[in-house]
Write a protein that binds this ligand. Sequence first.
Ligand SMILES: [Zn+2]
Length: 279
Amino acid sequence: MSQIKFPKRKSGRKRKIQAYQKLLYKKVLFYKKKRKKRTFYKKGSNRKMGRGIFSRKNFEIFGTICLLSLAVVVFGHVVRWNPTARKEPNVVQQKLSTSEDYQILPAESGPCGRPEIIQDFIVENPYSRSGIPLDAVNGIVVHYVANAGSTAEENRNYFENLKDTHLTKASSHFIIGLDGEIIQCIPLDEISYASNERNSDTISIECCHRKENGKFTKKTYKSLVKLTAWLCASYGIPSSDVIRHYNVTGKLCPLYFVRHEDAWTEFLSDIQKKLEKNG
Ligand SMILES: [Zn+2]
């Protein structure tokens, strides 16, 4: 009978040594990796401050941009707020540069208070300012200048120049410009040449307009309401006696208010509201 040889089993001591070696090897690998990570962060930047887009450098740049933007905004506000830096010449200042012989009646408060009026009377002449006294003031007649884009001053000068040109007889007590400026051309106790057979007992208001359709700008409209309400209250004229040139002669004047009856009714109602507020 032959003997079977079994492989020799490793002794318990050897196995322990091998297991210990394996453990040691793993530990070394672990520390090596850890060390690698540390060096990586050190190379980039301080880990606590973040890296990539959150780096300290980027924070500093971002902060600087924010501060600069804030400074620009604050500076802009200071410049805009400064009244001398953005003051635009108003109607009166524009007027100063073109004419010297005029007077400004300041605006008054109240629902029917007088709006600001530039009194720039045209010289007496048979074609636009006859000097004939008004018989009475029984109504107010609204007109449009029928010359799209022209200014109040241009129309005033047109009336005055009729003394030389002799083209026709024409004028108006008031002209309201595209920016709402009001120029008075004729004193309120004299007649104007605007409303045919009603010249002798009415006050006339001409209005400028940008377009051919004769529609007034918001500013022109606002001044027209104010001026008419003031005149109505001053002379005790009801809104029903505010009329269009059209109501006197059938002329398409003021064009927009003739073609848009609803707009005319609304205008009269705006006057009425002011008169009622005035009490
Ligand atoms: Zn007219």
